[in-house]
Design a protein around this ligand. Structure first.
Ligand code: CA
Length: 223
């Protein structure tokens, strides 16, 4: 497994590289966003660790350019601050996970392993949470054995939430993924669709799976 570390603090980069190497990974480091973007585009990496605060081209720009170019390499970004806006921005730009500095190396290693496992599991044919099951091949959803009558958009919306179970998804991200509409569009459409979806798959059942995260978006979670 080959990992690219894009981090301008040389000591931190060397420390990560050493730790990853000791744990059986091949790790390359670069200290600039521009070089990092170039490497990520031209070499085959299984994962990229990306610092956000970089001189010149910053981590957001690297991530955006990577995704715009069609790369789906998993990205863990390193943020200097733990604020909701940064988390949402990271998700919107297509990051897979993030860590707030300072973090323990063991924490990073655990995230790296989780993501690489998820990546190699490929696209599952069915998804589940609690008593909710979705068959992505036959396009059928059931809760507690009862078939749910969902429209195509509702199915897509529920599968997005379920695929990213436990992750808070912003309205903007949901609007983009389900309706293909972009940032400044009216995201009220998301709230309306969630309400309809809940009426079908949450309201009739005792345990609720879709939760509202105020000011951020929605998460599907078995709480
Ligand atoms: Ca930095």
């Amino acid at each position: 497994m080959r990992i690219l570390i894009i981090e301008d603090e040389k000591k931190a980069a060397a420390y990560l590289q050493k730790g990853l190497t000791e744990n059986g990974f091949t790790a390359d480091t670069t200290h600039s966003g521009e070089d990092g973007l170039h490497l990520a585009r031209t070499e085959a990496y299984d994962l990229v660790i990306l610092d956000i605060m970089l001189p010149g081209r910053d981590g957001w720009s690297v991530l955006q350019e990577l995704r715009a170019g069609g790369s789906d390499v998993p990205v863990i970004y390193l943020s200097a601050r733990d604020v909701v806006q940064d988390r949402v921005r990271g998700l919107e730009l297509g990051a897979d996970d993030y860590l707030v500095k300072p973090f323990a190396f063991s924490e990073l290693l655990a995230r790296v392993r989780t993501i690489l496992r998820r990546g190699s599991a490929r696209q599952p044919e069915s998804l589940r949470a609690d008593d909710l099951e979705m068959d992505l091949v036959s396009h059928k959803a059931r809760r507690g054995g009862t078939a749910l009558d969902l429209t195509a958009k509702e199915f897509l919306l529920l599968s997005l939430l379920l695929r990213r179970k436990g992750e808070v998804l912003s309205r903007t991200l949901i609007a983009e993924q389900v309706w293909g509409i972009n940032f400044d569009s009216d995201t009220n459409i998301v709230d309306v669709a969630i309400r309809r979806l809940r009426r079908k798959m949450d309201d009739p059942f005792e345990r609720k799976l879709i939760h509202t995260v105020r000011g951020v978006g929605y998460v599907l979670d078995e709480r």
